[in-house]
Design a binder for this molecule. Structure first.
Ligand SMILES: [Zn+2]
Length: 248
């Protein structure tokens, strides 16, 4: 194997490690956005529940006023009933009293219904408040987790960058250039292993001559199709002798 190849393989490992961390860093804001959206939805639900209670209260006040009006009418007509002189007046007054009584019953029923609804709506606000508080706690936790993960990943990236500088120092400048060019042009993969006579990255079958040259290690060999630096992975470890459990 070419003496620089192990450093190039290590560089590729570091590059892959770094890009995996960058990808995770890039995903972090979405988690905050998602938590913010859930919080906004919980706030909207709480506001809607509160609005229903306010509406119920307003309707109830109007019904209370109407009930008062009907009750005064009823009292007034009952007083007047004592003073009527004729049968006709008496019948007319009885009719007014019946109408006012009907009005009182109607608003009393409405108020009872509104009171029952108010209990449900108040319970709804309580539930919405609890859900909102839960989302607020969750949002705080998500932010804390995201910040901790960001710190962790940024720290790891610094470590990786330092390791990379160290490995680059062991390589001729033109190989560092070749590697970096490969990374930027070939989706982050500048070094590819050989698998069953193929470039593992682009799947092209390699000429036996190339494979021989790689084994010899006189020069750094690139895939003729994708231009990635090629290496022959060490032979896979021979599977351990069959054990008792395998036979079972
Ligand atoms: Zn290739």
């Amino acid at each position: 194997m070419h003496p620089s190849l192990e450093h190039l393989i290590r560089l590729q490992q570091l590059e892959t490690d770094a890009s995996e961390r960058k990808r995770r860093l890039a995903e972090l804001p979405a988690r905050v956005t998602e938590a913010d959206a859930a919080l906004a939805a919980a706030k909207a639900a709480r506001d809607a529940a509160t609005a229903l209670v306010a509406e119920n209260t307003a309707t109830r006040r109007a019904a209370d006023r109407e009930l008062g009006v009907q009750q005064s009418r009823l009292t007034k007509f009952k007083d007047q009933l004592m003073e009527v002189k004729t049968n006709k007046e008496y019948t007319a007054m009885q009719h007014e009293i019946a109408t006012a009584e009907e009005g009182v019953r109607t608003f009393e029923d409405q108020i009872l219904t509104l009171m029952m609804q108010a209990d449900e709506l108040t319970a709804g606000v309580k539930a919405a408040d609890a859900a909102l508080a839960a989302e607020e706690r969750k949002g705080k936790q998500v932010r804390a987790d995201v910040e901790a993960e960001r710190g962790q990943l940024e720290g790891e990236l610094i470590t990786i960058a330092a390791a990379r500088t160290e490995v680059e120092g062991k390589l001729p400048a033109e190989l560092v250039r070749l590697f970096n060019e490969g990374v930027s042009k070939r989706r982050g993969i500048a070094v590819s292993s050989i698998k069953d006579g193929h470039c593992e990255a682009c799947q092209v079958r390699l000429r036996p001559q190339l494979i021989m040259e790689i084994r010899k290690g006189d020069r750094i060999v690139q895939c003729e199709s994708c231009m990635r630096i090629l290496f022959m992975p060490p032979p896979a470890p021979v599977p351990a002798a069959t054990t008792e459990s395998d036979r079972a």
